[in-house]
Design a protein around this ligand. Sequence first.
Ligand code: F0G
Length: 353
Amino acid sequence: SRQWRGVIEEYRDLLDLPPDTAAVTLREGGTPLVHSHWLSGLSGAEVWLKVEGDNPTCSFKDRGMTTAISLAVHEGAKAVVCASTGNTSASMAAYAARAGLTPLVLVPEGKIAAGKMAQAILHGAQIIMVRGNFDHCLTMAKELSWSYPVALVNSVNPARLEGQKTAAFEIVDFLGDAPDYHLLPVGNAGNIAAYWLGYTQYADLGRATKRPVMRGFQAAGAAPLVTGEPFPDPETKATAIRIGNPASWKLAEAARDESGGRFAAVTDEQILSAQRDLASRDGVFVEPASAAGIAGILQELAQGESYAGRRVVITVTGHGLKDTATALEAFGELVDVVVDADVEAAARAAGLA
Ligand code: F0G
């Protein structure tokens, strides 16, 4: 047996990278596909969760960061920059630290979950908080990369999508074919574009007989792909997807149209309740944004949509421990029992005695 080597070495011949690019890796990818007993039972479908919180920095971003940072080093970069709602910055900072690059991060002030901020700080990023939203930060990061010697590693950098598409490869490798449907949260829309690249590549190679129908879910307060218009003031408790003008808008629409898919919006209430249900029923704790695809399938089932007899993969994009504040704010009142240090008191409070 051998250790998983990370997405570059596992899939190098399928990635559009210069062949001699040395891999900067934390052995990302190889994440579990966990059967959802709960959602399978509810829908009559075979529902699988692609658990991306099991990556080294606890989100799917590591797949694209290993490729983007490896290429940046290959091209001689000394510093890297990104705009982020938190996870990209955590991932970039970790891979930059490993590669000896200087990481510079632009984030919307006050809108980053504490776990992600702690990661970026500890990995040594220089963090600039911007009085604005993610979309402002991305514009600034791009312009910095045009004018100064810092390489941009947001998903507008094609190397990011090259790495991220490996999630689709892993799913097909495990299931033996592409699923019928793939559901996922959508923010800046890089991930849905990357999955579509991966599924398409595998179908073209004959490694899959089909491509899935892609369904993307956005927060109702930040749903430009649903309405077709940018949101100048995106707002949602799912801060990871608090984005009003996604960079990969066109690629996301192509994935939708070529797959016969669609985008839909889910409210913060639906997202938080899906987050809790997934944790309490399937044992999988994800951050709020990551539950958007779960909220999405629940909404569709409630609307009478049928997935019965089909195979469905839902990507859950980041770990629940990234953002405990939002979880505790929503559900912390559920912890309300305090007793003296006395076993009988505990037994009575627990309803055992
Ligand atoms: N889920 C999580 C946990 C995310 O962090 C993101 C994006 C998404 C979903 C949406 O993915 O942007 O490819 O459509 N986070 C970015 C960041 C924007 O800066 O960490 P997308």
